[in-house]
Ligand binder design. Structure first.
Ligand code: MN
Length: 729
């Protein structure tokens, strides 16, 4: 004799085959065998063998029309958590896909109900975000639905908690996914636990009126049916009393008793085309008087969850209003099964589908914009809420962090004291680097110690949240004044030297005073300390100093100019055309990397024994100098306008001319340079790939004006794409 469970599983396989002939029966039966062995001897709260639960969950999954792997995962969904049978075994026997589904469902199971209302939205988001695969959500919904059907066997406290969680998290998710059938059942079952008296009141009220309702609805059905027969429109009409929770909500929102709620009845007409939906609407409005303002066209404007239908409320016999929904067969399936309808009716979805295809789901869930029904589900991968990440504390509380957050961010989000004492972190039970990026569903434990010396200065750069950053800075401000001063001074000095303002700043007390005043510091130490702990950015300070130093220098230059005739006589003329700050007539050479010419902004570098080498300020070698040793060797230089007059056309500079390979470009360039009367030292061309070429020229010019003129003329040559100076990138 076959056991009742065996009958159940046979029935399940038959249903699954009916839904989808390609289903893998052998795999499903094997999953059932595994599950029944794994749960052997376990009992549910109501005394039944445990295996009844996974089989019932699988049944719901079959009803949703999901694939073989989802059905198997439904059968095995409680294995990882409750039995010896683990991820590896499932993977070996049924493949990675099933194992990951089961693992996903298990993780969702760790989601804990929290009494704080504010957490509900986070929990809903997390729920969705954690399930990388939307099937995980659907399986979890099936799991919860079956559990909800047996809520009454739980202890009273637990009943309430589970029911609230179902009402606040699971039902809204079902709603957002457009699965109205599951949503209604979850809501009614939860309501029964949460307000048994209110629930009972409605049930009894409906019972009392049931013969009345039945008669009322039958009459309407007949009328509409007759009318549509005349019009020759194929249709299916169903009539029903609305769900208990929707009546309950109406009663409470409108402060009415059940006898005062009239539109309890609803009629649904299903037709074969969108045109006929509107036709039916017309006939219905002929038959019954519509209530103004209650007509809604969700066909032209679908609801955010993809729902489509025409809704209208009309006045029936004896002035009793009722609602009519008109839709096509396809819209009906979407309305009942939502996301799942796509497995049911569009087999063979592309599982590798692109990651972004689910952007729509996010929209849908946030209920901001209407989603085109056709765009519904293109792939299975879900990447919801890409800018947020949801993690668990070891106690099971959910913490919502920005994407990219690290355990340090989490520690400071919990409490400053936790962050300041943090010495490490465990993610999912394993020690992990404290700069790891947290992932959805991670269980993160912050390891703390009283012995620690506090946060590291590095953390400021690692953390993602401003909250953590501020708290770390706060700690440094309080705890390490000496260190901050030292660190801040070093940092400021380094930057001043790099910007050639070290002396300008330290030799001018006025400037120092200005800076302190501007940022309201009472001493230099305070300024250093603030830089040290990050209370003020170095750029801010530097900009202020730069302004002041420049002002002083400009004033100085004016004075210098006035005194110049005399000074020149003393110093003699500079041979090179360049003056070097503080050094008269010193050996100067022009750097080959950037070949500066008069008019360029320049800077000098004191070489070891070869005088001062002059670079353009925008030369890559200037921008890239890093080593400490070099910092003090950069020196201010400027063009000596007077001596330049005698040195016309004597400055060499390099040009790079990128071209389209064309016979004759090189000679055109050569001709142009000759006409411009410039001395050419070097002129060479080479072919690059794909029909492009590069010409290098070194020419003598008097300054930037002449060079710009030449560059402009070169650019006009046919086949020349661009002309740049060397070392310009
Ligand atoms: Mn379960």
């Amino acid at each position: 004799m076959t056991s009742p469970i065996q009958t159940k599983i046979d029935f399940l396989v038959e249903r699954a085959k009916k839904q989808n002939p390609n289903i893998n029966e052998k795999k499903i039966r094997a999953a059932y065998e595994c599950a029944s062995i794994a749960h052997e001897g376990q009992k549910r709260k109501n005394g039944e063998p445990y295996i009844i639960h996974p089989v019932s969950v699988a049944e719901i999954i079959v009803e949703m029309g999901l694939d073989t792997d989802s059905i198997c995962a439904g059968l095995l969904h409680d294995c990882i958590e409750d039995t010896e049978f683990g991820y590896k075994e499932i993977e070996n026997k049924f493949g990675t896909s099933v194992a990951e589904l089961v693992d996903g469902v298990t993780r969702l199971g760790m989601l804990r109900y929290s009494k704080e209302q504010e957490q509900f939205e986070d929990l809903r988001k997390m729920f969705l975000a954690m399930a990388k695969d939307i099937r995980v959500i659907l399986i979890k919904l099936a799991d919860r639905l079956h559990n909800a059907r047996t809520f009454q066997f739980l202890p009273e406290r637990k009943q309430r908690d589970k029911a609230l969680e179902t009402m606040e998290i699971y039902a809204p998710i079902a709603h957002r996914l457009g699965m109205s059938r599951i949503k209604w059942e979850l809501e009614d079952l939860s309501l029964k636990c949460l307000d048994p008296i209110g629930y009972q009141e409605i049930v009894e009220g409906l019972e009392k009126q049931s013969s009345q309702h039945e008669e009322f609805l039958n009459h309407i059905k007949e009328c509409i049916s007759e009318k549509l027969k005349e019009a020759e429109i194929e249709n299916t009409i169903s009539a029903r009393v609305k769900h208990i929770y929707s009546i309950y909500r109406k009663m409470y929102a409108q402060h009415k008793t059940i006898n005062e709620i009239y539109d309890i009845c609803a009629v649904r007409v299903i037709v074969d085309s969108v045109t006929n939906c509107y036709n039916v609407l017309g006939y219905v409005h002929d038959l019954y008087k519509p209530i103004p303002g209650r007509f809604k066209d969700y066909i032209s404007t679908p609801k955010p969850n993809g729902y489509q239908s025409l809704h209208t409320t009309v006045i029936g016999r004896e002035g009793i209003p009722f609602e009519i929904q008109i839709r096509t067969e396809e819209m009906h399936k979407m309305a009942e099964f939502g996301v799942a309808a796509h497995w049911k009716y569009k087999q063979g979805l592309d599982k590798t589908g692109n990651e972004q295809a689910f952007a729509w789901i996010r929209q849908l869930l946030e209920a901001q914009q209407d989603t085109e029904a056709e765009d519904f589900i293109k792939a299975i991968k879900v990447d919801l809420f890409a800018d947020e990440v949801f993690v668990f504390t070891p106690k099971g509380d959910v913490v919502n962090m920005p994407a990219g957050a690290t355990p340090i961010d989490l520690a400071y989000a919990i409490h400053s004291a936790v962050g300041n004492r943090m010495v490490g972190a465990k993610i999912n039970g394993r020690i992990a680097p404290i700069d790891s990026q947290l992932k959805n569903g991670d269980i993160v434990e912050i390891l703390t110690s009283k012995e620690t010396h506090g946060p590291s200065r590095n953390w400021v750069k690692i953390v993602k949240t401003t909250e953590a950053r501020n708290k770390i800075k706060q700690w440094f401000k309080k705890e390490c004044r000496e260190e901050n001063i030292e660190q801040g001074k070093a940092e400021l000095d380094r930057e001043l030297k790099a910007n050639l303002m070290y002396n300008g700043f330290y030799e001018n007390e006025e400037i120092q005073k200005n800076v302190l005043q501007k940022f309201t510091f009472s001493s230099m130490d305070e300024l250093y300390a603030a830089i040290g702990y990050g209370g003020i950015t170095i750029t801010k300070v530097l900009n202020k100093i730069k302004d002041d130093v420049m002002k002083v220098r400009k004033a100085q230059e004016k004075v210098d100019k006035l005194e110049q005739p005399q000074a020149d006589k003393k110093k003699g003329k500079s041979e090179s055309g360049v003056m070097v700050e503080g050094i008269d007539n010193c050996l100067v050479k022009f750097a080959r990397c950037c070949t500066p010419i008069p008019g360029d902004d320049i800077i000098g570098f004191v070489t070891r024994g070869y005088g001062v080498s002059i670079h353009r300020k925008d030369c890559v070698n200037v921008r890239n100098h890093n080593s400490k040793d070099e910092e003090n060797r950069w020196i201010r230089v400027w063009w000596d306008e007077e001596s330049l007059d005698n040195k016309k056309n004597r400055f060499s500079t390099g040009l790079q001319i990128s071209t389209k390979s064309r016979i004759g470009v090189l000679s055109d360039v050569a001709v142009l340079l000759a006409q411009a009367h410039v001395n050419v030292h070097e002129l060479s061309a080479r072919d690059l790939n794909d029909g492009f070429g590069m010409i290098t020229a070194v020419v003598d010019v008097s300054g930037i004006g002449q060079l710009d003129n030449i560059i402009n003329r070169l650019k006009k040559i046919k086949g020349v794409l661009d002309v740049t100076r060397t070392a310009e990138n």
